[in-house]
Design a protein around this ligand. Structure first.
Ligand SMILES: [Cu+2]
Length: 385
């Protein structure tokens, strides 16, 4: 159980100049120039509840990434809701894959077997791991073979995710189903008593295209894979029964190329408590929030003022899609107060060195000059046509 209430402190102020760009902005700009522009001009048309038949949101099973936990990637079949089956690629038969949960200070040990007909790897997106455990394109696992991924968990509490990373095949393998969540917990987070158990819900939000038989297809264009249908946790048109309580949603943008701008249909705010790097220093209330592929959000949503029988839709303002319907089905007493201070984030120190990154293609030339350890302070972009 949990019990919370929110604060509305200041946002994280940027200390960078008008011409500076963060690493995330850089990735976002790259995505935009690569073709997500189509998203930006989409007109939001929010449909409300409508008459769509909805299916229970599916949850990947929890798993402990210890003692050579056996993880296998292989072709499979998944019910995407209401008996709509699709051929997929799955981890241990699950779509999405099992949700790993581990504690800082532990050592993860996962024995991975490639049951696909092509090479793959497991990349631990967001995790701080040694190179030989990072599943990079140069470290592939051949079909029919196995590899032990082992790494100490040395980072702050946060939501990460795992997916294949073979050169030129990553998009296809992820879209067809190979992705799962990896949650890291630590003592600082535990002391906050954030919503847990049934009140902590991982949401893998993505888009998807189907062939005429209802099977997922990977059919990217030059703009990437911008698909026509939303899907959450591998469920089409999902709903989730909720109590009159505060929930913690661990949200991953699991799309290949699409930016989602999340909003609640009843106008209620989200309380943002964390992102890719873990907990923020203080909670921030936001009415909407946009996030890009691979990005994670740690959101609290307060359903306490709603009556049993009410519904609230999680929507995407960029497309007008209804992503997930919350159905208030049970009255409970929840008195939790969201703490003012969530975490202590150590600031980066003074510049260590200056490095120039140059990214070239036949279309664009990027230069990124980094003069802090983790901050990109200059960004140049040339059209080479
Ligand atoms: Cu990734």
């Amino acid at each position: 159980m949990n019990n919370k209430q929110s604060n509305d402190p200041e946002n994280e102020a940027s200390t960078q100049s008008a011409h500076s760009v963060t690493r995330r902005d850089f990735i976002r700009m790259t995505l935009l120039t690569a073709g997500a522009i189509a998203v930006a001009k989409a007109t939001p048309v929010l449909a409300g509840r409508g008459t769509v038949t909805r299916y229970p949101l599916r949850f990947p099973p929890p798993a402990s990434p210890y003692n050579s936990f056996s993880l296998t990637a292989a072709p499979g079949t998944a019910d995407l809701g209401g008996g709509k089956y699709s051929s997929v690629l799955a981890y241990n038969g699950y779509f999405p894959g099992p949700t790993f949960r581990a504690n800082r200070g532990d050592t993860a040990s996962i024995q991975f077997t490639n049951g696909l007909s092509e090479a793959t790897s497991v990349h631990w997106h967001g995790m701080v791991v040694p190179t030989n455990a990072d599943g990079q394109p140069q470290n592939l696992v051949a079909p029919g073979t196995s590899y032990l991924y082992s790494f100490p968990i040395i980072q702050r509490a946060c939501l990460n995710w795992y997916h294949p990373h073979p050169h030129m095949e990553t998009g296809k393998q992820v879209v067809l189903g190979l992705a799962g969540a990896f949650i890291v917990n630590d003592a600082e987070e535990a002391a906050l008593g954030l919503p847990s158990g049934a009140y902590e819900v991982p949401l893998i939000v993505r888009d998807v295209n189907f062939d005429s038989a209802g099977n997922i297809i990977y059919n990217p264009t030059s703009s990437g894979y911008l698909a026509k249908n939303p899907m959450v946790n591998g469920t089409r048109d999902p709903y989730l029964n909720v109590d009159t309580a505060v929930y913690r949603f661990r949200v991953l943008n699991g799309a290949s190329a699409r930016l989602f701008k999340l909003v609640l249909s009843n106008g209620a705010p989200f309380t943002l408590i964390g992102n890719d790097g873990g907990l923020l220093e203080t909670a921030v209330q936001v009415s909407q929030i946009e996030f890009s592929p691979g990005e994670r959000l740690d959101l609290l949503v307060d359903f306490r003022q709603l009556a049993v029988g009410a519904t609230v839709m999680l929507q995407d303002l960029n497309t007008g899609w209804n992503l997930l319907e919350f159905r208030v089905t049970r009255q409970v007493t929840d008195t939790y107060t969201i703490p003012t201070a969530l975490s202590t984030v150590t600031k980066l120190s003074n510049p260590l060195r200056t490095r120039l990154f140059s990214f070239d293609s036949t279309v664009y030339h990027y230069e990124v000059i980094e003069s802090r350890e983790n901050t990109l302070v200059q960004f140049r972009w040339y059209d080479t046509h």
